[in-house]
Design a protein around this ligand. Structure first.
Ligand code: SAM
Length: 450
């Protein structure tokens, strides 16, 4: 970095003497920014490149990940530079969007928010072990249009070639932008790792490109500074994919252009110009750990793919009746649901989901709940996708009672027997089931606070 950054190196190095920047992104699917700022437990300052993003000034009283508002999905904890990526992809409601390397879901939740729950968002994670964290983060976010799959990019490219309006590849990288906050990233780093990451990134980016429709957008990003994994990967990609061009970023403050010179080669002027349109964020220039991103557009030529929609995973008449009975007893109106049944599970499936018989689908959409003997048991995901005005039976709790609920304790409050939605300040935390004033706790065991 010293030889690359020259005069800038000292201030870059100095940034490593500061603590990592802590950020949160507000969930506009649940609360407006104005409302959140009124109730935020932490002092916040805006992130210049993300209207829903804020830097958290440390709070003496609360840890951001251990506040009931976090459990209610009002915000996602994300370091500020990472918040630029979804803004650059800029997905629109109704589009078909793929997050190709999605776990733990920071960018997926951001994409879902920008899509306002409309259209199709497929979140893919190749490592099954990392999928479960992704599932739980998406559930807490309350998004209704996300399908989760566990596949290799090459398999997805075979099945869904040319299908997506927008694709994000937030690539696995050598993680130099994690050094301040993650000791493992510091210990795992090596010069060889940069080389192996660059080879892997080029291969995944190749698959990512196949998934974009003509005229569609692909964003490539990493959280590392190594030019081999950034400008180098894009230079090679442009050489091999003449149908793609780099699109200049929108005018945002605090962003710096890519550094073609760092590749140490003589490059044609057109390539230098393209690489200068890529984006770098630096820890010494703005609040955040640093990021690289490139916006790539595929030329309009070529055919758009339309794929067969998923055959309706038609619910059995009994399943349908049990779900309707649940809605009638517990919800004010039956939500707009495209009901599907897989075994004992019921889902709401986004209408644009194609037929994916050869893909490992973890969740084809919003998991609604399970069919038990003669009844329907609602899922935590359903609770998190509702607003308090949709539920018939609410128990609104204060901070202390919310903590008890999140720890898995039984609550006491008189009222009608049956399912109740536990809320804090009107925001759902999960289900409880009341019998004669005692509310059995249905907050998932795996999520309970110690
Ligand atoms: N986008 C995520 C977020 O914002 O929360 C972070 C993604 S992380 C930088 C990169 C992801 O790529 C990891 O979850 C990792 O498991 C996955 N990955 C590793 N090797 C991969 C491969 N060959 N193809 C696709 N994804 C891979």
């Amino acid at each position: 970095m010293q030889s690359l950054l020259g005069d800038e190196f000292e201030i870059f190095l100095d940034s490593y003497r500061q603590p990592p920047a802590l950020g949160l992104r507000v969930n506009p699917l649940k609360i407006s920014i104005e409302e959140f700022l009124k109730i935020s437990p932490f002092p916040l300052t805006p992130v210049p490149w993300c209207p829903t993003g804020f830097v958290i000034q440390t709070s003496e009283f609360y840890t951001p990940g251990k506040h009931p508002y976090h459990a209610a999905g009002l915000y996602y904890i994300q370091e500020p530079s990472a918040m630029i990526v979804a803004e650059l992809l800029n997905p629109q409601p109704g589009e078909r969007v793929l997050d190709l390397a999605a776990a733990p879901g920071g960018k997926t939740t951001h994409l879902a928010a920008l899509m306002q729950g409309k259209g199709l968002l497929i979140a893919n994670e190749i490592r099954l072990k990392r999928v479960w964290g992704l599932v739980s983060n998406i559930e807490r976010w309350g998004a209704r249009n996300v399908a989760i799959v566990n596949e290799s990019p090459s398999r997805l490219a075979q099945v869904l070639e040319g299908f997506f309006d927008k694709v994000l590849l937030d690539a696995p990288c050598s993680g130099e932008g994690m050094f301040r906050k993650d000791k493992t990233a510091r210990l795992e780093w090596s010069p060889e790792m940069i080389q192996s990451c660059a080879i892997r990134q080029a291969a995944i980016l190749n698959d990512a490109a196949r998934l974009v429709r003509p005229g569609g957008i692909l964003v490539y990003s990493t959280c590392t500074f190594a030019p081999e994994e950034n400008e180098g990967v894009i230079a090679q990609f442009l050489d091999q994919h003449p149908s793609f061009e780099v699109v200049p970023p929108p005018p945002l403050s605090h962003i710096s252009p890519g550094r073609p010179k760092w590749l140490g080669k003589t490059l044609p002027p057109s390539l230098i110009e393209s690489l200068r349109k890529t984006i770098r964020l630096w820890p010494h220039r703005a609040a955040g750990e640093g990021h690289f991103a490139a916006i790539l557009r595929r030329a309009e030529t070529g055919e758009r793919r339309t794929l067969r929609p998923a055959p309706p995973l038609k619910p059995s008449p009994q399943a349908k009746a049990l779900f309707q009975e649940f809605c009638l007893n517990n919800l004010k109106d039956e939500p707009e649901i495209n009901l599907a049944q897989l075994g004992n599970r019921l889902y709401h499936v986004p209408a644009q989901l194609p037929y994916l018989p050869t893909v490992r689908v973890i969740n084809p959409g919003l998991y609604l709940g399970d069919l038990k003997k003669n009844r329907f048991e609602p899922s935590h995901a359903l609770a998190m996708s509702l607003t308090s005005s949709q539920a018939r039976w609410l128990v609104d709790v204060d901070y202390n009672m919310a903590v008890r609920y999140l720890r898995g304790e039984t609550l006491q409050q008189n009222g009608e027997d049956g399912w109740v939605l536990i809320t804090i300040d009107g925001f759902p935390l999960g289900w409880g089931k009341r019998t004669r004033g005692t509310i059995k706790n249905f907050y998932p065991k795996a999520l309970r606070w110690p």
